[in-house]
Write a protein that binds this ligand. Sequence first.
Ligand SMILES: [Zn+2]
Length: 147
Amino acid sequence: MILPIVDGADTAPFWDAAREGQLVVQSCGDCGLLRFPPGPVCSHCRSARHEWTPVSGDAVIWSFVVAHGPTLPEYAEYTPFPLAVVTLAEGPQLRMVGNVLSGQDARLNSFGADDLAIGDPVRVAFRKLADDVSIPVWVPALPAPGD
Ligand SMILES: [Zn+2]
């Protein structure tokens, strides 16, 4: 797998929390708006003050695509696999891109396009890619029918 850059000036706290199994987003130090992706300035009030705030990890699928080949070589063996944009429960401005898996350690293609729907509830899980890198992935919040 290709590893994300986890020591960026604006993103290191996000990856530090993910490594510990916690999902965090920035909250504006002046107006309190929660924001993701992280950045140096609030899009609402232009404040440069911010904190990192834990969020629940509850989300719904806002949209998704199914990746077919050609992909980067590192992902070719998993095609086709879904990639989703999820909306966090804490606000519609909080959207994250990630894999939707049947479990945190399942293969990238553990779900197909017919297994997912916009609006499906999901919950964050953390997949360890390296000793110092864990990434958020999304797993069903409810048991699959028949489970
Ligand atoms: Zn603000």
